[in-house]
Design a binder for this molecule. Structure first.
Ligand code: PNS
Length: 173
């Protein structure tokens, strides 16, 4: 367990928003925009997770996130393949951001936040409530809908919509 203070007085406030982002949705983007306003720097960190079976490669997910956040100067897109708390220490980040859509999310998120706290007491998790407009939205749903060639333009940014179409070899739904 680590417990050292990360941020000294006067140093930038850096947050990490970790996730799979397979792919990024309007729900993610809403959290990114709101979190970016609260910190000097927000690092959106894509987990390079070999145990899941992602639709998009890490490189593709990073590229898409860069495209959809290019108007946000204090947002950086990166990936990691380590424990989140270790990655955060390596980036000098003090806060992990997670979006909460529902009570069901909360149970899992609480477990994850408590685990991270056990691993490193210097790391804080801050939960942000997802915009109710997107409370039903998930990357899995988006993939399911796109697979069946139904429209997803209300759910994901145009760059992600095009990438989904290319992935599934579908036309405009
Ligand atoms: O978008 P997701 O899949 O809900 O994100 C989950 C993520 C990436 C935040 C979580 O799996 C994670 O932090 N993994 C890195 C490994 C780790 O630190 N595990 C210990 C905490 S559960």
């Amino acid at each position: 367990m680590t417990s050292g203070k990360i941020r000294q007085e006067g140093e930038p406030r850096i947050a990490v928003y970790p996730g799979s982002f397979d792919p990024a949705t309007f729900g993610h983007l809403d959290i990114i925009r709101r979190a970016a306003k609260q910190f000097d720097k927000l690092i959106v960190a894509v987990l390079n997770n070999t145990s899941k079976n992602p639709l998009f490669t890490v490189e593709e997910r990073v590229e898409l996130l860069r495209e959809v956040t290019k108007d946000l100067p204090n947002v950086e897109i990166d990936f990691f393949r380590d424990l989140l708390v270790r990655y955060m220490r390596s980036r000098g980040a003090q806060v992990s951001i997670r979006g909460i859509r529902s009570v069901t999310d909360f149970e899992y998120e609480l477990q994850m936040a408590s685990t991270n706290r056990q691993l490193d007491e210097g790391i804080e998790t801050i939960f942000m409530m997802t915009n109710p407009k997107y409370s039903y939205l998930s990357s899995s749903m988006v993939k399911e809908i796109a697979k069946f060639n139904a429209p997803v333009q209300d759910l994901v940014p145009p760059a992600v919509e095009s990438a989904l179409r290319r992935k599934f070899g579908t036309s405009q739904g």
